[in-house]
Structure formats: C-alpha cells, structure tokens
Design a binder for this molecule. Structure first.
Ligand code: COA
Length: 178
C-alpha cells in the first residue's frame, strides 16, 4: 500500500514476502558503514528479527507504520523507520537508509524524509520528531539540516571506532516550525 507519494518516490508499507529482501540489506551494502557500523546482525538473530518483522506488519494493519520502503521507478531502494515513541513528549525518532548507492545524491532521501515527517505530524499525536546520527555521517548531517532539522546537542566521544573518537548528533524538528 502506498502511504505517501512525491515526484521523487513513494513510501510503501511492507509485506510478509519482503522479509528476504530486508534481511539481505540488513547484512549487505555500504549503507551500513555510515548508519551505525558497530551494530552488526548475527545469523542466529534471523528468526527473532523475522518474528518482529511479522508482528510489526500485523500491528501496522491497524495503525501507525514503523517501517516503510522507499520506492522509486517501481523498485525498493531503501527504508525509513520510526522508534522511541514518547507519549509525554509526543515525540518519535526516525531513521533512513538508501541501500542502493546509485540512488543516493538524487534528493530522493530529502523527499522521502519529508513525506515520513508529514505522515507523523498529520496523522498522529506527534509534535516533535528526532533524528540521531554521528559526526562522520556528513550526508545525513547535510540532509537533516537541509530539510529543517535543528541540532539540539552533540554528545562527544560516545565511543571509539577505527581509531577515531565518535560524537553523536541529536537533531529535532517541532511540528509548529515545519
Ligand atoms: C544519509 C542518506 C539517507 C542521505 O541520502 P542522499 O541520497 O545523499 O540525500 P539527498 O540526495 O536527498 O540530499 C543530500 C543533501 O546533502 C548534501 N550532501 C550529501 N553529502 C554531502 C557531503 N559529503 N558534503 C556536502 N554536502 C553533502 C547534498 O549535496 C544534498 O544537498 P543539496 O540538495 O543541497 O544538493 C544516505 O547517504 C544514506 O542512505 N546513507 C547510508 C545510511 C545512513 O547513513 N543512514 C543515516 C543513518 S542516521
């Protein structure tokens, strides 16, 4: 089901038969180098991840979608997700991955994020959207700032990776300012 559409892409709800495609991309592709490269999926986690995927789809049939595919030219090229719902703050965190590198740098990510943000602000009691990334992820930092996210804080030196100290960037966007 298409939940939102722009000139650049559509956001499409996931189906049970999409799991193998999703599992492939969880374990392959350069997109993982900038997402959170220290978070790796182990083969023995497949069953649990599949069960969560199936449960997620069943829940989504009745309400809020927490992961959708980004589709362009009728092809799935990546996904958007949402997590960390906070009822008091009326907030949610979002993430994005364009799995296929040839579809990066085409402003599809900006368009997909704008659709995803609109979906939350217009359909649910959400007034704040947050996005977290790391100092080395320049494409994500640029994209977030381009579409109106504000840098709320930087947490320095959260860990070391490849002999570099990693800083975490916390972005947010309030509904009234979007
Ligand atoms: C982060 C990501 C979604 C951005 O996607 P994208 O296809 O580059 O984004 P878009 O083309 O829509 O827009 C990128 C913008 O940032 C700018 N940008 C990207 N990389 C840049 C760089 N290294 N230096 C300066 N500007 C840069 C682009 O010029 C563009 O701005 P413009 O419209 O003014 O030209 C994509 O790189 C990705 O999927 N990465 C792998 C997964 C990941 O890291 N996800 C984020 C986890 S927090």
């Amino acid at each position: 089901m298409v939940i939102a559409k722009s000139e650049k892409c559509s956001l499409v709800s996931r189906q049970l038969e999409d799991f193998d495609w999703f599992w492939y991309w969880l374990n392959n592709g350069d997109w993982r180098d900038t997402d959170a490269p220290w978070e790796i999926t182990l083969p023995e986690e497949k069953e649990n991840i599949k069960n969560a995927f199936i449960k997620g789809i069943i829940k989504e049939n009745f309400g809020i979608k927490t992961r959708v595919w980004i589709v362009t030219n009728e092809m799935k090229i990546g996904s958007l997700n949402a997590y960390g719902f906070n009822k008091e703050k009326k907030s949610v965190k979002i993430g994005i991955g364009i799995y296929k590198p040839e579809y990066r740098g085409l402003r599809i990510a900006q368009s997909a994020l704008n659709l995803w943000i609109k979906y939350y602000f217009e359909n649910f009691d959400i007034t704040r959207i947050e996005l977290e990334t790391y100092n080395f992820n320049i494409p994500m930092i640029k994209t977030a700032e381009k579409i109106g996210f504000i840098l709320g804080k930087i947490q320095n030196n959260i860990r070391e990776w490849n002999n570099n100290k990693i800083d975490k960037y916390y972005y947010y966007m309030e509904k009234e300012y979007k």
